[in-house]
Design a protein around this ligand. Structure first.
Ligand SMILES: NC(=O)c1ccc[n+]([C@@H]2O[C@H](COP(=O)([O-])OP(=O)(O)OC[C@H]3O[C@@H](n4cnc5c(N)ncnc54)[C@H](OP(=O)(O)O)[C@@H]3O)[C@@H](O)[C@H]2O)c1
Length: 285
């Protein structure tokens, strides 16, 4: 039995990907969600659709260090080994403002820092061929451009509002690079990759922005467009396909194809700064 953890798995990309992976009964899926009611409903839907009874719920709120620690403790205490970790949970700045109880910008902690902490805590219980997939976005490279203001400004939300999401997703790509760099310096054989699902109008993510936004993206940025069906099939493949077992430090673009991410996302200095500051923020040093 292989064990897959997917954060934010009660809706959208996380849910559809969980369902696709669960179709293969070789996999146990842990739905890592913040809302028990929604997560239980998702679990029942996946079991009904796939006949795979090995679907479980564990509560996690990626915007809370305490919750991430509790989740990791439950996983570690259960004695399972992890084969796939998909760091998927995310919010848009339209749905989250202000600082978390830990003192960080809520978009930064929910989308990136909570996943950084979660991954660090779970490294000791990963199987040798574990795959870590960080969900990013092509908005890590927004049309209006992005420069690096330093980690502190991003972490505390001291950046313009529209860029908070872009920075959180840029951080996911830096995290992928830094993880692979870390594995190379240790005896770890895990792989880590970034995955861009593209613009999916059919998830809860941009709820409220409606058909008009979908049409606008289709017309003005067809190169950003995807569907939940297309991206979840691709993500399930990236998580499980034997052909992709050794691919590491890549950026998957809405498919099993890899492309270059933005030039800024390859800046090693920024990736190291983010890694070191994140260790400090999470009290892991
Ligand atoms: N949709 C797009 O166009 C698009 C484009 C590029 C990238 N993405 C990325 O794709 C990922 C999935 O998004 P989606 O489109 O599938 O949207 P979605 O349907 O809104 O799914 C997001 C999931 O994350 C969960 N979540 C949010 N905050 C959380 C927290 N603090 N702790 C735990 N779980 C939390 C949500 O739980 P609740 O149901 O409890 O809120 C939900 O299950 C996100 O990382 C997003 O940034 C989406």
């Amino acid at each position: 039995m292989k064990n897959v953890i997917i954060t934010g798995a009660n809706s959208g990309l996380g849910f559809e990907t969980a369902k696709k992976i669960a179709a293969n009964k070789e996999y146990r899926i842990i739905l890592a969600c913040r809302n028990m009611g929604k997560a239980q409903a998702a679990k029942e839907d996946i079991i009904a659709a796939t006949g795979n009874e090995n679907v479980e719920v564990q509560i996690i709120d990626t915007s809370s260090f305490e919750s991430v620690h509790n989740f990791a403790k439950n996983i570690i205490d259960s004695g399972i080994r992890i084969d796939v970790l998909i760091n998927n949970a995310g919010i848009s700045p339209m749905r989250g403002t202000g600082l978390t109880a830990d003192g960080f910008d809520i978009v930064f902690e929910t989308n990136y820092l909570g996943h950084f902490l979660l991954t660090q805590l779970l490294l000791p219980v990963m199987n040798a061929d574990c795959r870590i997939i960080n969900i990013t976005s092509d908005m890590h490279n927004p049309p209006y451009g992005l420069t690096w203001p330093g980690v502190e400004k991003i972490a505390y939300g001291d950046v313009d509002t529209r860029s908070r999401y872009a920075y959180s997703k840029l951080c996911m790509i830096y995290f992928t690079h830094a993880l692979v760099n870390h594995f190379e310096k240790t005896d770890k054989t895990f792989v880590a990759n970034s995955f861009n699902p593209g613009f999916m109008a059919d998830t809860n993510f941009s709820q409220g922005s409606g058909k008009a936004r979908e049409q606008m993206v289709k017309l003005t940025a067809p190169d950003r467009y995807s569907t939940l069906a297309q991206s979840s099939i691709a993500l399930a493949e990236v998580a499980t396909s034997p052909a992709l077992a050794d691919v590491t430090d890549q950026y998957f673009d809405r498919s099993t194809n890899t492309i270059r991410s933005s030039a800024l996302s390859y800046n090693q200095h920024n990736a190291i700064e983010l890694w070191n500051d994140s260790l400090k923020f999470c009290h892991l040093l």
